[in-house]
Ligand binder design. Structure first.
Ligand SMILES: [Fe+2]
Ligand SMILES: [Fe+2]
Length: 176
């Protein structure tokens, strides 16, 4: 059985990941309304990744025979002043999640729950990538905010989607 302190925190993190999902859907909808389909597509896809993170945590708890309590989430920020703001918010969110993930690994270690600490390793690596991706994107949108087509071209070129599956990723509950 995973440590109780870890289980409590991981259930909270499931809520944080679902909240990130909702926030990224809100960002995608904003870009869709601004007719920036490449940015919209990027955020719709990021949203799905956040959902997967939540469901990976659900699967871990199920496999470990621990309690899963699916939490409600606070409403996301629904509107934005300009096309830079959603990316600024996304980068802050990813930095915050990185701290949460590191905190989860620390909680597991302190409890001597090395299986759970090991489970968090993939998320630690994932956060490094997500913070790097959002920092890059923030630089691009800040530089080109007066020329959104420049950003759209960048997204189409650098984030075309259809990224290959990561075979080391934990299994999300309910997925094939
Ligand atoms: Fe996540
Ligand atoms: Fe993320």
């Amino acid at each position: 059985m995973p440590a109780d302190t870890f289980v409590t925190k991981l259930n909270e993190q499931i809520g944080n990941e679902f909240a990130a999902h909702q926030q990224y859907v809100a960002c995608a909808v904003y870009y869709d309304a601004e007719t920036l389909p490449q940015l919209a597509r990027f955020f719709y896809r990021q949203a799905l990744e956040e959902r997967d993170h939540a469901m990976m945590m659900v699967q871990y708890l199920i496999d470990a025979d621990a309690d899963v309590v699916i939490p409600g989430v606070a409403a996301p920020q629904p509107s934005f002043g300009d096309i830079v703001e959603p990316v600024t918010l996304a980068l802050e969110q990813e930095k915050r999640v990185t701290e949460q993930i590191n905190g989860l690994a620390a909680t597991a270690r302190e409890a001597g729950d090395y299986t759970s600490e090991q489970f968090m390793q993939w998320f630690i690596k994932e956060q490094v990538e997500e913070v790097a991706t959002m920092s890059d994107l923030l630089r691009v949108v800040e530089r080109s905010k007066d020329d959104p087509m420049e950003i759209e071209n960048f997204m189409a070129r650098e984030h075309p989607g259809g990224e290959s599956e990561d075979p080391t990723a934990p299994h999300p509950a309910g997925s094939a």
